[in-house]
Ligand binder design. Structure first.
Ligand SMILES: O=P(O)(O)OC[C@H]1O[C@H](OP(=O)(O)OP(=O)(O)O)[C@H](O)[C@@H]1O
Ligand SMILES: NC(=O)CC[C@H](N)C(=O)O
Ligand SMILES: [Mg+2]
Length: 501
């Protein structure tokens, strides 16, 4: 996941894009970038870091114009440490295009050589998003029948892009002098919504919170496979560009990624998390009698809604036992295990009186590598808890994610190849209760019965694009320069200066 936003307005958009990116900061902490357009000229500033660090006043002043887009990056391909892979990406032909991408292409490698061999295009980074931009640029060149460019030509290009690229992609692009394009992959894996301001400003963004938080009324989600083209006068053209679109949103958005105050594909993220807490209650009761639990404590931040609902249904007191240092970002989306581990301790501290002599049930939204759980369970014991039980509102994460969540290899997943009992031992708690896969899907699907299903691949190993094999997963990892090799270099990332949203 990353956060993306695009705007067509009649007033300067630099501050508006900045504000929207701040509201999407939880989707990517690694790099941030904005491009604006004035006349036919693009103005760009991008760098590694969080939004507040990347954009100083001088940078903001250098972003004039009434049209623009931006991104906050959480790397899932290429090089996590490369400044060049911060987005937006730019190509000068045809017309001049800048593009931001949330998601992950699963055929970037073959596309890269195809781009070189057949389309004679050069890509200069390992980023799949740069590949995506070049495929789009090539197809736009082929589809253009004259100047000025017609929306129909843009849709023809998107149709061709859907044929060539695989994986997940929510995309916003700006075509110099023409308008703003947004499209979503034919499975709708990553979210993208459209809204409008009272002054007619059109905004597209990853989550509804980016629209509402900047005073734009949410209008609708962009449909899977659909493209919308917003002319510079604010006219919105929409077209379905995929042959057989299906709505399979990523279920992990509801579990962890998205903000609880967002509504994605008609589903309130907050309500989804309450429902997960409800389903989890049934599982807890069958493992640990509520009478043996003195207190229920969430692991801040994302597990709070599920934990409150669980406590309510079990009739057990809900208490805050961990205080989060708001100046440390989300640990799961930090690159590198060394950084993540250190950050858990920096981020969470116990209120010892809530643990001393008690049987505590800790609740997290998900257990992925087990980094958080191991530390937290130990902290609870150190604070004097008698028994430490742990419940996860999501099922065990057992399979790699190839659609834009950084879980590339099975070996790093604490539940891969382990029974629940073995995971319990690895984490060191007295009882471990997981949600089950069907229970999770039911809990969320009942909030929008028109879904075709979910991408729940990291939980059930089913890849909705139908083309993922062990070999392709191994290939995807080959291209990555990540975090694991350089993970001990914690200096830049462990304590960002900016406040996490
Ligand atoms: O098993 P792990 O590999 O540790 O990953 C899972 C943990 O990471 C996330 O928290 P994070 O600190 O990223 O964000 P949050 O404050 O939104 O909960 C998630 O909510 C879990 O707590
Ligand atoms: N999380 C994302 O959406 C990442 C986008 C893109 N794959 C990158 O690595 O930059
Ligand atoms: Mg958490």
């Amino acid at each position: 996941m990353c956060g993306i936003v695009g705007v067509v307005s009649t007033a300067p958009v630099n501050q508006l894009i900045y504000d929207a990116l701040l509201l999407l900061q939880h989707r990517g902490q690694d790099a941030a970038g904005i491009v604006t357009q004035q006349g036919r000229k693009f103005f760009m500033h991008k760098a590694k870091g969080m939004v507040r660090d990347v954009f100083r006043t001088r940078n903001m002043r250098a972003l004039p114009g009434n049209v623009g887009l931006g991104q906050v990056r959480y790397p899932t391909a290429g090089n996590a440490y490369s400044e060049e892979e911060a987005q937006p990406f730019y190509v000068n032909a045809p017309f001049g295009i800048v593009l931001v991408h949330n998601g992950n292409l699963t055929n970037a490698r073959s596309l890269r050589s195809e781009l070189f061999q057949t389309d004679h295009r050069h890509t200069n980074t390992e980023s799949d998003s740069e590949v995506l931009l070049n495929v789009f640029a090539h197809e736009l060149e082929r589809a253009t029948r004259g100047v000025p460019l017609q929306p129909e030509d843009v849709f023809t290009a998107v149709r061709a892009v859907h044929q060539r690229i695989r994986g997940s992609y929510a995309v916003i692009a700006l075509i110099a002098g023409h308008g703003l394009l947004a499209f979503r992959d034919p499975h709708g894996i990553r979210p993208l919504s459209l809204g409008r301001g009272a002054d007619g400003t059109v905004m597209v963004g990853s989550e509804s919170v980016a629209l509402e938080g900047t005073s734009h009324a949410f209008e609708r989600d962009i449909a899977p496979g659909e493209a919308i083209f917003v002319s510079l006068d604010g006219t919105v053209h929409a077209r379905q560009c995929a042959d057989a679109p299906k709505l399979h949103p990523c279920i992990f958005e509801f579990v962890y990624l998205a903000r609880p105050d967002s509504v994605l594909d008609g589903i309130s993220v907050y309500q989804a998390r309450l429902n997960l807490g409800e389903a989890l209650a049934k599982r807890v009761v069958s493992t640990v009698p509520p009478t043996e639990i003195d207190v229920i404590i969430p692991i801040p931040e994302s597990s709070r809604p599920s934990a409150t609902q669980l406590a309510h249904l079990l009739g057990v007191p809900y208490r805050e036992g961990f205080v989060k240092n708001r100046y440390v970002g989300r640990t799961f989306i930090m690159p590198g295990q060394g950084v993540r581990k250190k950050s858990v301790r920096q981020k969470l501290n116990v209120i010892a009186s809530e643990f001393k002599g008690r049987n505590v049930l800790l609740v997290d939204d998900s257990i992925v590598r087990g980094t958080t759980s191991r530390e937290i369970v130990q902290m609870a014991r150190d604070a004097g808890a008698r028994k430490v039980y742990l419940a996860s509102a999501a099922p065990p994460v057992r399979y790699p994610n190839v659609y834009g969540i950084d879980m590339p290899t099975t070996s790093e997943l604490v539940a891969h190849g382990r029974t629940v009992e073995e995971v319990r031992q690895a984490i060191g708690c007295d009882a471990l209760i997981y949600q089950d896969v069907e229970g999770m899907k039911r809990a969320i699907a009942r909030l929008n019965t028109s879904l075709d299903g979910f991408d729940a691949s990291c939980f059930d190993g089913v890849y909705v694009t139908g083309d993922i094999t062990e070999d392709s997963i191994a290939q995807l990892n080959e291209g990555r320069v990540g975090a694991e090799e350089q993970g001990e270099d914690t200096s830049r990332l462990a304590l960002p200066n900016a406040e996490a949203v």
